[in-house]
Write a protein that binds this ligand. Structure first.
Ligand code: CO8
Length: 258
């Protein structure tokens, strides 16, 4: 397995566990973290044995934001000219599913990174926020768009304009996270969920992810057309034949990924 400077990567059977590991900076996201995550997610996506991933941080912080010290000297020419943050699109291009397991602070870019995941499982200690306004800026890694789509205008606007944090209970009520678990159980719960996903038929897994994501990119009619086409495509897979036969024969399906 490749060596990374700012993250730890381990595999647990078909599940890849990626842990942000810059404790001295509360996992602030600098250029090296981005490079490491791009490489780790690309390796995960390319490995046919790996079927679901979990991204997590520490007990204290999932990630406390983009690295403010790195951004401090950057003016317009660098931010715009170098297209700062565009590299995160390579993380969101991951085709296979991944879960963000969030404990502690998920602020600014940290909240935005969590929202890039297919869904978030939060520890009861989690705190989400977009406090960039206090630095004279605004979300730069998709937060103004993903947070608004997740929690609606009122909460997103209030969080962006005041920088206030949302705790785990509110995040669950607002549908920012799929569920909240005790902090001590966060990793075990996230891995258990990832294992359940990893046991699903591979092509159907990718199709389900693409369908749900299409809801954020298209109108209802086009989205339903997209779903119908992809659904029809799944009907041609061996795993569909196996899945339905296994149900009728009252046994578990055995997936081929074709
Ligand atoms: N960047 C760099 N270093 C950080 C960051 C960060 N985002 N967050 C924490 N750290 C560092 C601290 O500087 C400190 O380092 P040191 O010990 O060397 O001084 C160390 O991590 C520990 O942090 P604290 O001592 O502050 O820990 P506390 O427990 O007292 O406080 C907080 C924890 C509340 C999370 C606090 O650290 C904090 O407020 N952090 C910043 C949160 C924030 O504002 N995040 C948003 C960042 S901006 C962003 O994500 C996108 C901006 C896009 C604009 C781009 C324009 C160029």
């Amino acid at each position: 397995m490749a060596d990374y400077e700012t993250i730890l990567v381990e595999t647990r059977g078909p599940v890849t566990l990626i842990t942000l590991n810059r404790p001295q900076a509360l996992n602030a996201l600098n250029a090296q973290v981005l490079a490491d995550l791009i490489a780790a997610f690309a390796a995960y996506d390319a490995d046919a044995e790996q079927r679901c991933a979990v991204l997590t941080g520490s007990e204290k912080a999932f990630a406390a934001g983009a690295d403010i010290k790195e951004m401090q000297p950057m003016g317009f020419a660098r931010v715009y000219g170098e297209n700062l943050f565009a590299g995160w699109e390579r993380v969101t291009a991951t085709r296979k599913p991944w879960i963000a397991a969030v404990a502690g602070f998920a602020l600014g870019g940290g909240c935005e990174l969590a929202m890039m995941a297919d869904f978030i499982i939060a520890a009861d200690s989690a705190k989400f926020g977009q406090p960039e306004i206090k630095l004279g800026v605004a979300p730069g890694m998709g937060g103004s768009q993903r947070l608004t789509r997740a929690v609606g205008k009122a909460k997103a606007m209030e969080m962006c304009l005041t920088g206030r944090f949302m705790d785990a209970a509110e995040a669950e009520r607002a549908s920012l996270v799929s569920r909240v678990v005790p902090a001590a159980e966060l990793i075990a719960e996230a891995l258990k969920t990832a294992e359940a996903i990893a046991a699903m038929p591979p092509l159907a897994t990718i199709a389900n992810k693409e369908m749900v994501n299409a809801a954020f990119e298209t109108g209802l009619g086009m989205g339903i057309q997209f779903e119908r086409r992809l659904f029809a495509g799944l009907a041609a897979t061996e795993d569909k034949a196996e899945g339905m036969t296994a149900f009728v024969e009252k046994r578990k399906g055995v997936w081929q990924g074709r």
